[in-house]
Design a binder for this molecule. Structure first.
Ligand code: ZN
Length: 310
């Protein structure tokens, strides 16, 4: 059997060494909207910052746990190597200029799978790229980047693995179809999914295992419409032998997690209830939002958490 309910990416969560720098990079430079300022529900003295489109639609949301002064990760296999955002055709010269003026590191043109892309790094060496794509999602344009150039959401993530057989099987089980292979990279596509529906698997036999740290992707989350679909996906994964967590309430979505062959942590997250469940759409991301179990820590957290702009 194959899981049908997964629509593509929901969010990608990484780690950073500075909340202030991370917030400035995603809002001021990349022009995304900060859609939530909350804390890591499991480690409440650390922020959980979410950046995306106006509403934080599934498939657009890059999220961060900024651990102050965290050591940088070391790249290798068993991780997401690059997170790729879709931008409109013809917009890469604008971005090359903008990122180079900001002295962003790792800027390099690339041409993968016939797509024009610009690789770059985040403040902690995070692997990113912008790819020109026909994409029908409405961009957030109040962040200083016009509609002709603004990021639409995720295009794909690229995972680095010793061997992609088991992961390829898992993605196929999750409803992805195997596409082209170019060099070391095989593409998987969720046909009919949301627009963040591509996963690339890069095979690097013999490479060292990644060590997680600042700039590393912590986990990648896949979107399902609702809780009923999530329970079906959970049963299907458990029946196949995966150790899947119980359903966890993350306030803005419901989450289950499981470790995949090769080491990458996957989450399956619901599209409901969304980021406007505790503040109005117009004010998303402005106040420090705490889950009820941590509300009693508010005074202490407000004193202790690094102030960020906006
Ligand atoms: Zn997550």
């Amino acid at each position: 059997m194959t899981i049908k309910a997964i629509e593509g990416l929901h969010h990608v969560t990484s780690m950073a060494s500075s909340a202030r720098e991370n917030n400035a990079f995603f809002t001021n430079l990349l022009g995304l909207r900060r859609v939530k300022k909350t804390v890591n529900f499991d480690v409440p003295d650390v922020y959980h910052l979410y950046y995306g489109d106006e509403a934080g639609s599934p498939g657009t949301v890059m999220t961060y746990f900024p651990f102050p002064h965290m050591r940088k990760g070391r790249s290798g296999v068993g991780e997401v190597g690059r997170t790729v955002f879709a931008v409109p055709p013809g917009s890469l010269p604008f971005w090359r200029d903008r990122l180079s003026t900001a002295e962003v590191s790792g800027l390099a043109d690339a041409d993968d799978f016939g797509e024009i892309r610009l690789n770059f790094e985040g403040p902690d060496g995070d692997g990113f790229a912008l790819v020109e794509a026909e994409d029908h999602r409405a961009p957030w344009t109040d962040g200083g980047v016009n509609a002709d150039e603004a990021i639409r959401g995720f295009h794909s993530t690229s995972m680095r693995l010793q061997d992609d057989d088991a992961m390829g099987e898992l993605l196929t089980f999750m409803g992805y179809s195997k596409g082209e292979t170019r060099g070391d990279v095989t593409r998987f596509i969720r046909e009919g999914g949301n627009e963040a529906n591509v996963i690339d698997l890069e095979t690097l036999p013999g490479a060292d295992t990644a060590q997680q740290g600042a700039g590393s992707v912590h986990h990648v989350a896949f979107a399902v419409p609702d809780r009923a679909a999530q329970l079906d996906v959970r049963s299907a994964l458990v029946d196949t032998g995966y150790a899947v967590t119980p359903v966890i309430d993350r306030n803005y979505f419901w989450a289950i997690y499981f470790r995949t062959p090769g080491g990458v942590l996957f989450e399956v997250a619901t599209n409901e209830p969304g980021f406007d469940s505790d503040e109005p759409l117009a004010q998303l991301g402005s106040g420090l939002k705490l889950p009820s179990q941590h509300e009693h820590l508010r005074a202490e957290l407000e004193k202790h958490l690094e102030p960020i702009e906006g």
